[in-house]
Write a protein that binds this ligand. Structure first.
Ligand SMILES: Cc1cc2nc3c(=O)[nH]c(=O)nc-3n(C[C@H](O)[C@H](O)[C@H](O)COP(=O)(O)OP(=O)(O)OC[C@H]3O[C@@H](n4cnc5c(N)ncnc54)[C@H](O)[C@@H]3O)c2cc1C
Ligand code: SF4
Length: 471
């Protein structure tokens, strides 16, 4: 612990958001960085607890050595702190921006947890700016060839570790750019795409090959010694209403993908919210990203519908520390909507009952209805609560139901009842030379969990290639 009284002397200070109205003028980073002195003080708040819950299963899925690098950072030993961080964290520039920071909620300082995410981001960006991050080229190669299908966080983490272990790794990605949801899903203001490309270039310099615009082939196992499937879980949950084929009705990730492509190419998006009344179905994080994106595209208005009631303001009795708090959060998109529209865009316990279209099959409005729990606990529409909302763009962000059918059928694989390629023994080994990782194995989750799962699959595939531990 760099300073025994740090947690009593300094208040928690996160990297501040840029002003809501100013940041709506661009797709640039949401946050402004803080100077080194602030980060040193923030790191000094870490108490080096006897039982560091931040590192436990309640906290960081990568089991980052948080108290150790906070201690070094607090003492100004930035390079040593970064080295400790990189022992377990493959890409802190991603988690430092988009991780919900499970570690901070599990911190013994509870609601005032140490700002580990911002500290981690500070360290990795310092490393890049000082030239401490250099390609780590393995001293020797094993001669084994590994294919990783999918270049999201799970695929990148698996590829990175397999490459560091000396195997020759090819990442096969069907999209035109690498990164999975880091590239096409999470918007640029949360994770600028040059940050994703900086890591891809570094991995290429370390020897990893990327095949873009390329689908997984059924005969992959003939060409490679091991194949790690990290295809994600992007099959969206739909709505049970007519006219879903109307112009102006889109799944959230398709809309967010087009928005990012437009930002990167400097052109108008194929589908824009500009001048439209936008309705987002789904009150979660994906829905929030749609709200923030629609506002940047200058929509006329944005409304977010959520089936469930609002979460409580503080922890419910069954949700104690150090568990993740299931409490009401107002995220950046909703904060921006409040700044522009004067009120929270979320309407709870409400869903879409029907969609109305014009003669050109364009959506023009929709009917909403309130939901209430019946005696058997199921949500059902409440008659007489119907309302009509003007709508030129309906974005469906109602969650995901598992991995995409095309990948499964191409590789003759069958998902479990929840759409996952999760071996019954809980491992990553699907049989033969095939392994699975990330959302494809666990269902839609988080970047940090996908990273941890990709590394775990790589460790298992490495043992398989070496013929060890039961293989
Ligand atoms: C809009 C949105 C915002 C999110 N924001 C956050 C956030 O802020 N923080 C957070 O922690 N998590 C967030 N998540 C969740 C997080 O992005 C995912 O959990 C994570 O990306 C999963 O990583 P993955 O590598 O398993 O899969 P993915 O990132 O989905 O990557 C899978 C890749 O596999 C490729 N692929 C699929 N099939 C094939 C095939 N047959 N051949 C070749 N390639 C194939 C896909 O094109 C894709 O590139 C968000 C999710 C969404 C949808
Ligand atoms: S990856 Fe996430 S949970 Fe782990 S230390 Fe960083 S912010 Fe915390």
């Amino acid at each position: 612990m760099g300073k025994a009284t740090g947690f009593m002397e300094y208040a928690r200070a996160e990297n501040p958001y840029r002003d809501a109205e100013a940041r709506l003028g661009d797709f640039g980073d949401l946050h402004a960085a803080q100077p080194a002195e602030v980060r040193f003080c923030q790191a000094s708040r870490c108490m080096n607890c006897g039982v560091p819950f931040c590192q436990s299963d309640f906290g960081c899925p990568l089991h980052n050595l948080i108290p150790e690098w906070n201690d070094l950072l607090c003492r100004g030993q930035e390079q040593a702190a970064l080295d400790r961080l990189l022992q377990t964290a493959p890409f802190p520039e991603f988690t430092g921006r988009v991780c919900p920071a499970l570690c901070e909620k599990a911190c013994n300082l509870a609601d005032d947890g140490v700002t580990n995410r911002d500290n981690e981001l500070y360290l990795i960006e310092k490393g890049f700016s000082k030239g401490w991050i250099k390609p780590r080229i393995p001293a020797s190669r094993t001669g084994k060839r590994v294919a990783v299908v999918g270049s999201g966080p799970a695929g990148l983490a698996a590829a990175d570790l397999m490459n560091q272990m000396g195997h020759t790794v090819t990442v096969i990605e069907k999209a035109d750019r690498p990164g999975g949801l880091l590239m096409y899903g999470i918007p640029n203001m949360k994770l600028p795409k040059e940050i994703v490309m900086r890591r891809i270039r570094l991995m290429e310099a370390e020897g990893v090959s990327f095949l873009l615009n390329t689908e997984a082939r059924p005969d992959l196992t003939e060409d490679y010694d091991a194949v790690i499937l990290c295809g994600g879980a992007k099959k969206p949950r739909s709505l049970n209403v007519a006219h879903l084929d109307a112009k102006g009705v889109l799944f959230a990730v398709d809309y967010l993908t087009e928005a990012t492509k437009a930002v990167l190419s400097g052109t108008d998006p194929a589908v824009s919210a500009k001048g439209k009344h936008v309705v987002v179905v789904g009150g979660g994080d994906t829905g929030n990203d749609c709200v923030g994106t629609a506002l940047r595209q200058r929509c006329a208005s944005v409304t977010q519908l959520e089936m469930m009631p609002a979460a409580p303001e503080s922890r419910a009795p069954g949700n104690p520390w150090p568990e993740w708090p299931r409490t009401l959060r107002t995220d950046y998109g909703q904060i921006e909507a409040i700044a522009v529209q004067g009120g929270d865009p979320r309407i709870y316990e409400t869903t879409v009952q029907s969609i109305q279209v014009n003669e050109k099959n364009e959506i023009v409005s929709l009917t909403t209805v309130r939901l209430a729990k019946g005696p058997e606990g199921r949500l059902s529409p409440v008659p007489g609560t119907e309302k009509t909302l003007s709508c030129g763009l309906l974005l469906i962000a109602a969650g995901f139901v598992g991995c995409e059918d095309a990948t499964l059928s191409c590789l003759s694989l069958q998902a479990d009842a929840r759409g996952r390629l999760l071996p019954v023994d809980g491992s990553h080994h699907l049989g033969g030379k095939l392994f699975s990782a990330g959302d494809m194995r666990t269902g839609q989750s988080l970047v940090v969990r996908a990273l941890a799962d990709g590394r775990a699959a790589a460790a298992e595939a490495h043992r398989f290639l070496e013929g060890k531990n039961g293989f």
